[in-house]
Design a protein around this ligand. Structure first.
Ligand code: S3P
Length: 170
């Protein structure tokens, strides 16, 4: 199996869908944020506080680059929502595997992430506006990076995972 790479906004379900895909296929599941937290021995908020978003992006690219080198290994990879914002990551995503965009609306993200404090970019005043603004900036980037796009607002994790598999067989 060619590796499957999940991209999409925060709260789009990449981690849950990735874990389900791993169960269904037996493929190893890797989450770039989890890998970063493990390697840096700090949570994402602390990494942002210490080295800023730019520093986090550099670490993210290095992590993705390592995974792109394992593309033959049939992994399921879920990525951080901002991975598409660095142009140099796009060829790395493509090299890493079949890129699947889990598309959700801002409304869904706001509902799912209400009260969440683990995402530094949504902390502070008016997280709703932050979601809308970031989504507006990024939506074309996700589309451009994706081989496959799945609209996920109305689907369960299982339904999304099955759609991914159907599309990845074709
Ligand atoms: C980010 C998304 C987060 C994490 C970091 C930055 C973003 O991952 O990488 O907080 O810029 O959208 P999730 O998409 O898994 O929440």
């Amino acid at each position: 199996m060619k590796s499957i790479v999940l991209i999409g906004f925060m709260g789009s379900g990449k981690t849950s869908v990735g874990a389900r895909l791993s169960e269904l296929t037996g493929a190893r599941f890797v989450d770039t944020d989890e890998l970063i937290v493990k390697n840096e021995k700090k949570n994402i908020n602390d990494i942002f506080a210490n080295v800023g978003e730019e520093g986090f992006r550099r670490i993210e690219t290095t992590t993705l680059s390592g995974l792109a080198g394992l593309s033959g290994n049939g992994l399921v990879i879920s990525t951080g929502g901002g991975i598409v914002t660095r142009p140099c990551n796009i060829p790395l995503l493509k090299k890493a595997g079949r890129v699947v965009f889990l598309r959700v609306t801002a409304k869904t993200v706001v509902r799912r992430l209400a009260g969440d404090t683990s995402r530094p970019l949504l902390r502070g005043d008016d997280p709703q506006k932050k979601v809308h603004d970031l989504m507006e900036k990024r939506k074309d980037m996700y589309e451009a990076a994706a081989d496959i796009t799945i609209d996920c607002d109305e689907l369960t994790v299982d339904e999304i995972a099955n759609k991914v598999l159907q599309n990845c067989k074709e």
